[in-house]
Ligand binder design. Sequence first.
Ligand SMILES: Cc1cc2nc3c(=O)[nH]c(=O)nc-3n(C[C@H](O)[C@H](O)[C@H](O)COP(=O)(O)OP(=O)(O)OC[C@H]3O[C@@H](n4cnc5c(N)ncnc54)[C@H](O)[C@@H]3O)c2cc1C
Length: 319
Amino acid sequence: MKGQAEDEGSGFSDKLEKLSARIRETVSGEIMMNEPLSKHTSLKIGGPVSMLVFPEDPMSLQNILTAAAEEDVPVFMIGAGTNLLVKDGGVDGIAISLDAFNQVRIAEETDDSVTLFIGAGVSLGKLINFTKEKGYSGIEALAGIPGSFGGAVYMNAGSFGVEIKDVIVSIAIMNRYGKIAILKMENLRFSYRNSNLPEGLAILSANIKLRKADAEEVQNKVSECLQKKRLTQPLGEPSAGCVFKNPEAQSAGRLIELAGCKGMRSGDAEVSWLHANYLINRGNAKSKDFIKLMDMVRDKVQEHSGITLEPEIKIIGKN
Ligand SMILES: Cc1cc2nc3c(=O)[nH]c(=O)nc-3n(C[C@H](O)[C@H](O)[C@H](O)COP(=O)(O)OP(=O)(O)OC[C@H]3O[C@@H](n4cnc5c(N)ncnc54)[C@H](O)[C@@H]3O)c2cc1C
């Protein structure tokens, strides 16, 4: 007789098999089965996801979401994986990448401003380059943040006091039943590194409003921000950026440094010597090394300053 866990396991693989047949029939775009997410995260850590799909159009995305909802299989959106720690046991469910939603176009223009339509799959770097060439000002401070535009909106990415929410006019989303809606900025509740949008919902695109400026001025601001980041952050090492959120009026990096954590290690996970809020993968770090190091850092900071750090990165998957 089969045990309960075995029953649950085979129940899930039956569902998945049914689902993958249905998705193959109705979806344009690449489908990968049991794909290691270590290949799709900047930390280079993470076990396999049951299915990774790259829908090429909204209809295909709709077909994936409705089929998954009907079969009760969990879905999550993945951008460039630059803010994700995926556990080594991987993820049971479907990861969806909107890489193909990569359109940038002018939606509206006046003498002194421009509203851009940006697809979720556009890389933030590509967007910054576009605004730099055209002389559109407002997001120069975000230069150097890796990842997709959809990920930046979901995380309300920001740096040097500017957040993506500062320029958003509206967002197009698709809910888990495949319904599209346009959400206006005044009805959204962005906060620090959080869009407060439900998980599993897909951000398809957003309109952002920028000021027309002198291209050289924009270019100079971008170069200045990039230069500051290159000097203070380990940009060439596998990381997920800042691991902990800054507590109110404090810098998490400074608190970690003051607690004496720089260089601390668990397996191949290490607290960066350059920026203490960056935990980097020195080669072969496992998710458990990374999570243990996060716990060690949090405990040390708590002991030293009485402040409890909250993670900024998203941790998903099973051990
Ligand atoms: C070297 C380095 C430097 C960094 N510097 C900064 C910085 O200065 N400021 C900052 O804010 N962040 C920084 N980050 C973190 C990260 O780059 C940002 O949070 C980025 O916006 C995440 O985008 P992504 O596409 O990689 O998202 P992912 O990591 O793939 O996903 C992050 C979250 O967004 C969700 N998501 C992604 N795409 C969608 C979508 N289309 N619809 C709905 N949900 C979606 C995912 O489900 C997940 O919950 C840095 C990271 C690195 C590695």
